[in-house]
Design a binder for this molecule. Sequence first.
Ligand code: 8X3
Length: 251
Amino acid sequence: MTVRTAVVTGASSGIGAATARRLAAAGFRVVLTARRAERIEALARELTGSGHRAVARPLDVTRRADVEEFGAWLGGCDVLVNNAGGALGLDPVATGDPADWRAMYEVNVMGVLHMTQVLLPALRAGGDGTVVVVTSTAGHGTYEGGAGYVAAKHGAHVLARTLRLELVGEPVRVIEIAPGMVKTDEFSLVRFGGDRERAGRVYQGVAEPLTAEDVADTIAWTVTRPSHVNVDLLVVRPRAQASNTKVHRGE
Ligand code: 8X3
């Protein structure tokens, strides 16, 4: 049986690293990309050390020329998991930093666009391709202070939805995964510029936020469905979260 290749962006931590592990365990040859070379190299070593197929390739998805160079190096591709993304700040529209808004658009939308455009020929050529876009519940509703991130994730949602329309009839699925509250090492820490206390408050009193593994599990499930099954959109939240703004917090 031919080995299928899955590319995971943002594979240095959190949902991306967990997804790389899950897809490797499912038999894919995983190509790990992220800006932080040492992290993805360590993960690739860990995976190959336990008998899986994995290779690390440092990449900043916002740099078009680098993405094109990556595509030329890659060759075949069966699954692309567009996971790289993130939030910066939680400021109201009135005072939000335009540079943060632009940076969030660059990684959450343009990064997905660059990767998808460059790898689409390979995904088509393989005859059974899958594009996964990891958006967020922020792509499906808003909350105070979230507008910059919410706008970017709405952009990624629209990209996925439109691409699915445009590719109908072709052998490429487009899957959107929209996670709610996920407690990872870095998401909130990055959002709040390294402020651990503020990052910790996001999850305060929430008995069980989702983990990166929970989301990786849903991604792996959608990707491993039979080829004719396209899970268009999977929204996943912890039980303690009923909407972007309705979260149960205990003591
Ligand atoms: C993360 C979910 O609520 O911080 O994508 O926007 S939220």
